[in-house]
Design a protein around this ligand. Structure first.
Ligand code: PEP
Length: 250
């Protein structure tokens, strides 16, 4: 049985002060989340604060990106080992904003997945189609291409060490959520694809939904058979909303 996971992606939001208040709120209410694991993915510069505040709590934490490189002359980059230094469990790879704004190709994303996994981090691999790709009816093709890049690099078995987040790009930060049926259709297709290569991996891998999930729609989405939780942007910045999503996941 897969444990639900509700992970917050704070993106480039917050301050030391606001993050302290947010984490205080999450810690105060986390006892009411029974089944789901709750995690927050913070901006790098706040990881030390997050580690200090969440150490010993039931909340996990992680980063939002990492370098493909281990160390050296890569100004502004952050390596997997640096992220590990702050006891992060998770790192997001291939978020659509990294793909579209920073030119991350499927191959770069696959490389990041590999580097994260080799460092003992759990990569949260984001996949998802643009609006025009959905309208053309090529959602599955796009998601398969994004997954294949990773599978070709690390092998199917390695996928079991990560988490997949299906995030239709048209639903991210737009307030437009995929319907539970739309999301389930793609989640089921992802799981079937994995199952055709390795049934054990397909059974184990958590597939999160991301894209305007909020306190009002989470229960219905996470209630679908192949939706194992959520990757939450905007609603993860308010502790009450975020915890409501955590509770909706069990
Ligand atoms: C995200 O950034 O991964 C995301 C799903 O954002 P939002 O929840 O704000 O749509």
């Amino acid at each position: 049985m897969r444990q639900p996971l509700v992970a917050g992606n704070w993106k480039m939001n917050g301050s030391r002060e606001s993050i302290k208040a947010l984490l205080d709120g999450i810690k105060a209410g986390i006892g009411a989340v029974n089944k789901a694991e709750v995690a927050v993915c913070a901006p790098y510069v706040y990881l030390a604060d997050v580690q200090q505040q969440l150490n010993g709590s039931n909340v996990s934490w992680g980063a939002q990106n990492l370098s493909t490189e281990a160390s050296g002359a890569f100004t502004g980059e952050i390596s997997a080992d640096m992220i590990k230094d702050f006891s992060c469990k998770y790192v997001i790879v291939g978020h659509s904003e990294r793909r579209s704004l920073y030119g991350e190709t499927d191959e770069i994303v696959a490389h990041k997945f590999e580097v994260a996994r080799n460092a003992g981090l759990v990569p949260i691999l984001c996949v998802g189609e643009l609006l025009e790709e959905r309208e053309k009816g090529i959602t599955e093709e796009v998601v398969n291409r994004q997954l294949d890049a990773v599978i070709n690099r690390v092998g199917i078995a390695a996928l079991a060490d990560g988490v997949i987040a299906y995030e239709p790009v048209w639903a991210i930060g737009t307030g437009k959520t995929a319907t539970p049926d739309q999301a389930q259709e793609t989640h089921a297709a992802i799981r079937q694809k994995l199952a055709s290569m390795d049934a054990g991996v397909a059974e184990k891998v958590q597939i999160l939904y991301g894209g305007s999930m909020n306190a009002g729609n989470a229960a219905e989405l996470i209630g679908m058979a192949d939706i194992d939780g959520g990757l939450i942007g905007g609603a993860s910045l308010k502790s009450d909303d975020f915890l409501t999503i955590g509770k909706a996941a069990g």
